[in-house]
Design a protein around this ligand. Structure first.
Ligand SMILES: [Cu+2]
Length: 112
């Protein structure tokens, strides 16, 4: 299939860059948007017992900090930017989070 081992090695290397091993399967990725200092959705249902990636998107022009005491996570998201937070495996339950820069902005993960 490959003309040389060298080509095969380059191909494998290209694949590694295209699909970094840290990425989780699509069914483990969940999007959380900040807009008008509100979390969308306000409550996000996720599967319990699995490692998850929360993909944060801040559509406000000001920076935000996703923070959760129960999840032990803290992640700054610049204005107009994105960031990921990895959580879990979680026990079933409700895990609240907030924007530490705008503490009235609150939401929760519902692990089922
Ligand atoms: Cu903080």
């Amino acid at each position: 299939m490959f003309r040389s081992l060298k080509f095969a090695a380059l191909f494998l290397l290209a694949c590694l860059f295209a699909f970094p091993s840290v990425a989780l399967a699509a069914d483990r990725q969940f999007s959380l948007t900040l807009k008008g200092h509100q979390f969308l959705p306000k409550e996000l249902e996720v599967p319990a017992g699995k490692k998850l990636e929360l993909k944060l998107r801040n559509e406000d022009p000001t920076p935000a900090e996703f923070e959760s005491t129960s999840l032990h996570r803290e992640q700054v998201v610049v204005g107009g930017g994105t960031a990921s937070v990895f959580v879990g495996p979680l026990d079933p339950g409700r895990y609240t989070f907030f924007d530490d820069f705008h503490p009235a902005t609150r939401g929760a993960l519902l692990a089922k």
